[in-house]
Design a protein around this ligand. Structure first.
Ligand SMILES: [Zn+2]
Length: 120
């Protein structure tokens, strides 16, 4: 069996993300601390955080963004393009993603050809 590089760090990031999501409604500052830890673990081990996790963290305070609870989610029209805008309730930072109906906005990791090998 092949070993996954940085497996321990991935598990730690996963745990930090989950605990951050769990604690965010009661204590957003603690959640931001866990988010910060997750990102620094990834940086220290030179790993990429999975986009699904990364998109849920505020880019300024690293708090988990949940719709209606810790963030405002709006759909905006910019130059005839639809975009999803997240506004963090803790630090008011905004982040945006394109979300047009007809276009393929998937990132590389979400496409089927990105899967090289499945390790069980
Ligand atoms: Zn924030």
């Amino acid at each position: 069996m092949r070993k996954v590089q940085g497996n321990d760090a991935f598990q730690r990031i996963n745990f930090l993300y989950q605990i951050s999501k769990e604690v965010v409604i009661k204590n957003p500052v603690l959640a931001a601390y866990y988010g910060n830890l997750a990102i620094s673990v990834a940086k220290k081990n030179v790993l990429k955080i999975h986009p699904d996790i990364k998109r849920q963290l505020c880019k300024k305070c690293r708090c988990v963004l949940l719709d209606d609870k810790t963030a405002k989610v709006r759909i905006k029209n910019k130059n005839k393009c639809k975009r999803i805008q997240f506004t963090c309730n803790t630090c008011r930072m905004k982040k945006e993603y394109p979300a047009d109906k007809g276009k393929d906005h998937r990132i590389w990791l979400e496409k089927p050809e990105a899967v090289d090998q499945v390790i069980s």
